[in-house]
Design a protein around this ligand. Structure first.
Ligand code: HGY
Ligand code: MN
Ligand code: MN
Length: 438
């Protein structure tokens, strides 16, 4: 019988309330500022892509912070970091945390907030002198972003299904470095940590994250109970042409890879019109975020253009239609067989979190917002993907959101009010303490 399906008893809720009341806003703010210095940018953003030297230094910082709180630090074959606070009984732990890697130009809170709020929950439990029945583990997942090595959420998806790791090891970054080689260097740097088995039983998982969108701010609500995550698919399209001289080559005889790529891009952008989707119809969102042109010279006709396609929608059938349209456009614009290839390298169906997890989270958020005289929590789905989408295959899982200022993320200007960051950590403390007490 997993924890999340048992009704909360008064004793567990009293413990949860004490944990919530020992969360310290200044301690959390200091922890966020300290981690943001690893890869901190002059524009206020953070550049800390996964398994770079900066990321390894940040990992070491987190290990030191966790050990200072009395946690045991462990890792696994995918470099995920686990910080464990023992419970009275050695039962499957309650898991919280998120990721510490960022986009190439990221912010201070995407992922980092969930990891540091998890450590703040440990600090609050220590300050309150609470011994929970179950152990609590705070995780920092490897490569959630997927921007350096694709796909995203490698650490969490490999934890849940270790067979995925072998294929991930061969993923390469734009400089040609293999994920496996960068991972082995990270594991060597954390050889002092216990190597834990993957897919370990967890009794429940709660991830706290910034919303990265406009919904909570638009509603004037500081806490979101996340009911699910929209589907995501990533593709790489390779258009092959023939390099030639920009001045001497007549238009009629060119095999211009960029002309093909632009024609395909224009067709698929038409699948996702900018005018808002009809009310009640889930919006299809398309992003062609990474382009590579060879030889990338002003006066040579491109011989090879590669670009990525990120497709998102709550309705998986809509993604099926969009994928079919992408593949058809690639066939239509290929000047010869194999002149255009499409590779899908990330595919995750919509995630729906169980009601049994939404209940304790709703209680936790309501108590925190009531105490602060703020608006009660609202339910919403996540436009961004998160590690919780894979943990949902492993144990009862759900998420808590706090607002993003202007709905901005994956941008140096990413920001969230300190008061909202504090409320989110309070809600997390209540939820984790309650789940770890039953
Ligand atoms: O792309 C995403 O949705 C996540 O923020 N990495
Ligand atoms: Mn994130
Ligand atoms: Mn992100």
């Amino acid at each position: 019988m997993t924890v999340a399906h048992q009704p909360a008893d008064a004793a567990a809720q009293a413990i949860a309330a004490r944990a919530q009341d020992h969360v310290d806003a200044a301690r959390l703010a200091a922890a966020l500022a300290a981690l943001a210095r690893f890869g901190g940018r002059d524009d206020g953003g953070v550049s800390r892509e996964t398994l770079t030297d900066i990321d390894l230094a940040a990992r070491r910082h987190l290990i030191e912070q966790a050990r200072a709180l009395g946690c045991e630090a462990g890792t696994d074959d995918c470099g995920n970091l686990f910080f464990r606070r023992p419970g009275r009984e050695d039962l499957p732990p309650v898991l919280t945390g998120s990721h510490a890697d960022t986009q190439p130009v990221g912010g201070k809170y995407d992922g980092a907030y969930g990891v540091l709020a998890g450590l703040e929950v440990i600090a609050a439990l220590n300050a309150a002198g609470i011994d929970t029945l179950r152990p609590i583990e705070v995780v920092s997942w490897t490569n959630e972003e997927g921007s350096r090595f694709g796909p995203g959420a490698m650490g969490s998806s490999a934890f849940v299904d270790p067979a995925r790791l072998i294929g991930y090891r061969d993923a390469t970054d734009p400089a040609g470095i293999r994920f496996g080689d960068a991972l082995d260097a990270a594991l060597a740097a954390s050889a002092d940590l216990a190597r834990l088995p993957m897919a370990r039983p967890m009794s429940a998982c709660v991830e706290l994250h910034i919303e990265q969108g406009p919904v909570l701010e638009g509603a004037g609500v500081p806490l979101g109970v996340v009911t699910g995550i929209q589907a995501v698919r990533w593709f790489r399209v390779d258009c092959m042409g023939t390099m030639a001289h920009a001045g001497t080559t007549p238009m009629a005889v060119r095999r211009d890879a960029m002309a093909v790529a632009v024609a395909i891009a224009q067709e698929i952008y038409a699948l996702a019109p900018r005018d808002a989707a009809a009310p009640g119809t889930p919006e299809l969102r398309l992003t062609l975020g990474r382009w590579a042109v060879t030889p990338n010279s002003v006066n040579t006709i491109p011989g090879h253009v590669a670009f990525t396609v990120d497709m998102r929608c709550l309705d998986d059938a809509a993604l099926d239609r969009a994928e079919a349209a992408l593949r058809a456009a690639c066939v239509r614009h290929a000047s010869a067989p194999e002149a255009v290839t499409v590779t899908r390298f990330f595919h995750r169906a919509p995630t729906h979190f169980p009601e049994a997890m939404l209940d304790p989270i709703e209680r936790a958020c309501s108590r925190a917002s009531d105490n602060a005289g703020r608006a009660r929590p609202m339910r919403l789905t996540s436009g961004a993907f998160h590690d919780a989408m894979y943990l949902a295959d492993h144990c009862p899982t759900a998420m808590i959101f706090v607002p993003s200022r202007g709905g901005i993320s994956h941008n140096a200007a990413e920001d969230t009010d300190g008061a909202d960051l504090f409320l989110g950590a309070q809600a997390l403390a209540y939820t984790v303490a309650e789940l770890a007490s039953r």
